[in-house]
Design a protein around this ligand. Structure first.
Ligand code: ADP
Ligand code: MG
Length: 706
């Protein structure tokens, strides 16, 4: 919601509200409530039904034992009997019998022995609480109560009143929040402006924003809550869709990329260099990319394909589309190790061709680096491979036409790299392709990734056997290592992954310690080496090279090997403390084996300590399908976390749930698309535009239109 300047209530700082104590103010602030507007946006997470009953008999007859959220009932009666607690009873139960003309009700208080003294026989009291069943009798435990004046008229029964329950914190209770909200609600609601016209709302079949908040804070029925909630959830979904669609529109209108060449001749020239046949899916995604890059509309495509599905060769095709068009291409990898490996793969595939390839790593001398920079900016180099950091620093290209980012398992798609041309026109940008081995669940691909075109490789190259995955408890680790010895005896190699480089009082072994340990215990005759992230890259590279050559039998590694290491002779991966790894990470790690003709095995050593860790292990054992794993990950972690909010700077939705509100999301998406198509400036929706810029201007980079 947004507020106009001359109207005040919504803008009032809660810190300036006289009715609140210091503790309450800081408690509210810990709930992210600073202004009245924040307070109004603070929605109940559930509702309780409060019902007053005319008689005990009526209350009992309405009681339903099987409901999950029993009503809170209030009843009047006379205290008939008081049973104080026994001194030695564990629960210190005080039992009181409440009576009226119709019936009697047992009230119990636990661990409050002093309460017995507060009552006297024949007191008229009103009690409030939930009824429950105990040994076939209906009773009420720990009720709230108040004395009733004899002259007071007994209130009549009602159908039940819905009372909101708010997220609260230590210094302020839900009912205090409720009272506070009620005290400002009417005035605040009258100030909320809608960004949709009455006509539009009628067409959408939605209440006004103001009414929606009223329905959430003061509903009369459950269906009012869902009507109000639906409008607010819709707005959240719609605003992001609108931002994404606007971004897409802006990019297509204001930016252009070089149109590249792609025809049979190029196709065949590449085919001649590859010793295998492309899978159907590889061919399909290459054509999808080609369709994009042969036009001047900048490509913005995500290529998702499971570990080992063959994305690198697709990237090669995309890069060569640029090279045959006399332009440059860049491939960015998340780690140096992976950049080096991509470089080797691509170099092997291009051997003997005139394509000039360069690898940019942190280990080259500054003189070499200077020379490389010059070759890149003069256009001498056709393809540059490096890490994200190295490539984006101060490198200028002569004519960069396509940038490929190998994200592997990361969701940070939004921090798109900006590679530029020397002295170039900033409206000319390269086509971009992001590759990921962790597919984005469908719901997410429709939200903040909604401006990406998506290409998918579903099938693996022929002849692969799925990796067998087993969960093993630490007690049985011995069996796993014996199996490793057998594999090595057959000429195979094995990875052992450990979570940390150094022991930081966690009781976890460091990679180095672990290696000594394993050597002494199991691998006296085998050759065993360590790689980890703190090693110098030449050192690491030399170990990796020897592993690739088959000179090392067992490679102990931290997660540096997670990304893309390709040694087909390695058939076993043992992951120690597997419960400490994320699902996507485990899946990546597992992808290091089963890359050749021999079947791969993945052993997860862990005794999971949390339910989530157990679920992760179960999921990874049960399926090898990266798409299912991504969906499972979303399920276990919840959309809030996986939403990638941290990386993208986009706050997760407060009300909408991308999974449960899938239909609403689709609806919002269609509407947003139509709206931007009809009127990209949103000229007739000034307030909507203002709210859009306020919410997503920075994170989506929409600021320039405001
Ligand atoms: P990822 O998608 O994980 O990056 P890679 O591109 O590293 O996968 O490919 C994995 C392995 O599969 C590589 O050794 C690659 O040469 C091989 N490969 C890729 N495509 C095919 C294919 N169509 N037929 C056979 N092998 C292939
Ligand atoms: Mg790869």
């Amino acid at each position: 919601m947004q507020e106009t300047d001359d109207i005040l209530t919504l803008r009032i700082q809660i810190a300036s509200m006289g009715s609140l104590s210091k503790e309450q103010i800081s408690a509210l602030q810990s709930l992210d409530i600073f202004t009245v507007a924040d307070l109004i946006k603070h929605l109940p997470y559930r509702y309780e039904t409060h019902r007053s009953c005319r008689s005990i008999d009526e209350a009992k007859s309405q009681f339903n034992e099987n409901t999950a959220t029993p009503d809170i009932v209030s009843i009047e009666g006379v205290v008939a009997e008081i049973k104080p607690s026994h001194r030695y009873s564990k629960t210190r139960k005080v039992e009181i019998t409440l009576e009226d003309d119709s019936d009697a009700l047992t009230l119990n208080w636990f661990n409050q022995p002093w309460i017995a003294k507060k009552f006297h026989p024949d007191d008229r009291i009103r009690v409030m609480g939930k009824l429950s069943m105990h040994k076939d009798t209906i009773q009420m435990n720990n009720p709230k109560w108040e004395p009733v004046d004899d002259n007071e008229v007994t209130t009549s029964s009602d159908d039940g009143e819905l009372r909101p329950v708010y997220p609260s914190s230590d210094g302020i209770s839900s009912s205090q929040i409720a009272t506070l909200i009620q005290s400002v609600l009417t005035e605040a609601l009258s100030e909320i402006e809608d960004h949709f016209s009455e006509d539009e709302l009628k067409r959408l079949e939605m209440p006004t924003l103001s009414h929606a908040y009223e329905l959430c804070h003061s509903p009369k029925h459950e269906d009012e809550v869902s009507r109000g909630r639906r409008r607010i959830a819709f707005d959240e979904l719609f605003l992001l869709q609108l931002g994404v669609m606007l971004k897409r529109h802006q990019r297509r209108e204001t930016l252009a990329s070089p149109a590249l060449r792609w025809d049979d001749e190029v196709r065949e020239r590449i085919a001649a260099r590859i010793h295998f046949e492309l899978t159907e899916d590889q061919v399909k995604v290459i054509e999808e990319i080609a369709t994009d890059v042969t036009s001047t509309i900048p490509m913005n495509r995500l290529l998702q394909g499971d570990v080992g599905s063959g994305k690198t060769v697709v990237a090669l095709h995309a890069m060569l589309m640029a090279v045959t068009s006399q332009a440059q291409a860049a491939l960015m990898a998340p780690t140096e190790l992976l950049a080096e490996q991509h470089f080797k793969t691509v170099r092997a595939l291009l051997e003997g061709s005139s394509v000039k390839l360069a690898l940019l790593t942190s280990s080259i001398s500054s003189k070499e680096r200077e020379q490389l920079k010059n070759e890149i900016s003069s256009g001498e180099v056709d393809i540059v491979i490096g890490t994200h950091a190295l490539l984006t620093s101060d490198i200028e290209f002569n004519n960069i036409a396509i940038v490929i980012t190998d994200e592997q398992h990361r969701f940070g798609v939004h921090q798109r790299a900006t590679l530029r041309n020397k002295g170039g026109d900033s409206s000319i940008v390269p086509h971009t392709l992001v590759m990921t081995a962790t597919p984005i669940p469908r719901t997410l691909s429709l939200t903040q990734f909604g401006d990406l075109e998506i290409s998918t490789i579903k099938s693996l190259p022929p002849g692969r056997t799925p990796v067998k995955t087993k969960h093993v408890y630490p007690e049985d680790a011995q069996k796993v290592y014996s199996f490793a010895k057998e594999q090595i005896a057959k000429g195979h190699q094995c990875y052992v992954v450990v979570p940390l480089v150094e022991d930081t009082n966690t009781g976890l072994k460091s990679a180095v310690e672990h290696s000594d340990d394993l050597k002494n215990r199991y691998f006296q005759d085998e050759s065993i080496e360590v790689v980890h992230g703190r090693m110098k890259s030449e050192e690491r590279e030399s170990v990796m090279e020897r592993f690739r050559q088959g000179d090392i039998d067992v490679l102990i590694a931290t997660t540096v090997i997670e990304v893309g290491v390709d040694v087909p002779n390695a058939t076993l991966i043992i992951i120690e403390h597997a419960d400490r790894f994320g699902l996507a990470q485990l899946h990546q790690l597992r992808g290091r084996v089963g890359r050749g003709v021999d079947a791969g095995v993945c052993a997860l050593i862990a005794s999971p300590q949390t339910e989530d860790a157990s679920k992760r292990l179960q999921a990874i054992v049960q399926t090898t399908d990266g798409f299912l794993i991504a969906e499972k990950d979303l399920e276990i972690r919840g959309p809030g976390e996986l939403f990638g909010a941290k990386q993208s700077g986009i706050a997760p939705f407060k009300v909408a749930d991308v999974v449960k509100d899938a239909a609403l999301l689709q609806f919002a998406r269609t509407l947003a698309k139509d709206m931007i198509n009809d009127e990209p400036t949103l000229a007739s929706h000034e307030l909507l535009m203002k709210r859009l810029i306020k919410t997503y201007g920075t994170s989506l980079g929409l600021g320039d239109v405001a």
